[in-house]
Design a protein around this ligand. Structure first.
Ligand code: FES
Length: 113
């Protein structure tokens, strides 16, 4: 279930109407973007257990393969996943962002433009 993509960087427009702290899932990518009071961040939706793609569920993400659950910041709420979901590098401005699926950044690295 691991998606490989030739280009790791992609552009995404966050809808103006996206409510704060609601994930936006760009089509065809395994990434969720959040806009918060702190800035924008992107989470990889690749489960850190065996690489299945996690799905939004309640206030977080559930892995369909073995039931891991992650919070909205990617933190592990329920195993067997050993590590949080990766935060990905985000740049850009004015609602138009570039996410680099190939570059992880430390959890808590918000992009403010
Ligand atoms: Fe996600 Fe196993 S791959 S819990």
């Amino acid at each position: 279930a691991v998606m490989s993509s030739p280009t790791k960087k992609f552009k995404v427009k966050l809808p103006e109407s996206l409510p704060l702290e609601t994930p936006f899932l760009p089509p065809g990518r395994s990434v969720a973007l959040y806009r918060t009071g702190e800035g924008v961040y992107a989470l990889s939706l690749v489960c850190t257990h065996l690489g299945c793609i996690v799905k939004p569920s309640g206030k977080g993400f559930e892995c369909p393969c073995h039931g891991s659950f992650f919070g909205e910041d990617g933190s592990v709420k329920k195993g067997p996943a050993p590590k949080p979901l990766a935060w990905l590098k985000v740049t850009g401005s004015a609602g138009s962002y570039v996410v680099d699926e190939g570059s992880a950044v430390p959890m808590g690295t918000y992009w403010r433009a």
